[in-house]
Ligand binder design. Structure first.
Ligand code: FAD
Length: 162
């Protein structure tokens, strides 16, 4: 389970506004966020000129306790971490917490062998395919690739001469 905490700032709230898409925080750092990103640098139109839309990622398998916090406590923890990591102490103009329960597949040792076995079983069912984050990558590009190859496999079966 994970949550995103979205916060808006003015560029002037930062000593030097970050010029990056974001950052990940290794568990060894013992921080209460697992990553941060700046949506307004990634995508057009996410914040007006002079403003920054930032997002912190909280929770995950290694930081389950964070998911027990209420929205206010979670936002306060993120503000503490942003103060320590990014030097921003101004109050955000707007905050919003979004929770994503049980959303991240956890690949364990032996995952690839398990997936290969599933795929062998799936291949025996005509015009049937599987796709998504549970199998060969959780990133959006991985999910798109798996969706497209599932569609190709079904199309090939349906269009094969009988
Ligand atoms: C907080 C968060 C941030 C992320 N950020 C990024 C990022 O920045 N970049 C990136 O590349 N990836 C990111 N990811 C990962 C990526 O978004 C997911 O791995 C990906 O969206 C999963 O796609 P999916 O199609 O496998 O599953 P989903 O998008 O979860 O789709 C599954 C669908 O199945 C539906 N469903 C479930 N059960 C049933 C049922 N019984 N019957 C019918 N429908 C059902 C659900 O409603 C849902 O619509 C992030 C994930 C999270 C949780």
């Amino acid at each position: 389970s994970a949550a995103t905490v979205n916060l808006t700032y003015r560029e002037s709230d930062f000593d030097g506004p970050p010029r990056a898409f974001g950052f990940v925080v290794p568990a060894i750092e013992g921080r209460r966020i697992i990553a941060g990103s700046f949506s307004s640098f990634k995508f057009e139109g996410r914040a007006p000129a002079g403003a920054i839309l930032a997002r912190a990622f909280v929770g995950g398998e290694m930081s389950r306790d964070m998911m027990r916090l209420g929205d206010e406590e979670m936002t306060a923890a993120v503000r503490d971490e942003f103060r320590a990591l990014l030097g921003v102490s101004a109050a955000p103009g707007f905050t919003e917490v979004r929770r994503w329960p049980n959303s991240m597949p956890q690949y364990e040792v032996g995952h690839l062998a398990r997936v290969a076995e599933i795929e062998r079983a799936v291949a025996e069912i005509p015009a049937f395919a599987i796709a998504g984050a549970a199998y060969r990558g959780v990133g959006i590009p991985d999910c798109i690739r798996s969706g497209e190859s599932a569609a190709d496999a079904i199309f090939a079966t349906l269009s094969a001469p009988k």
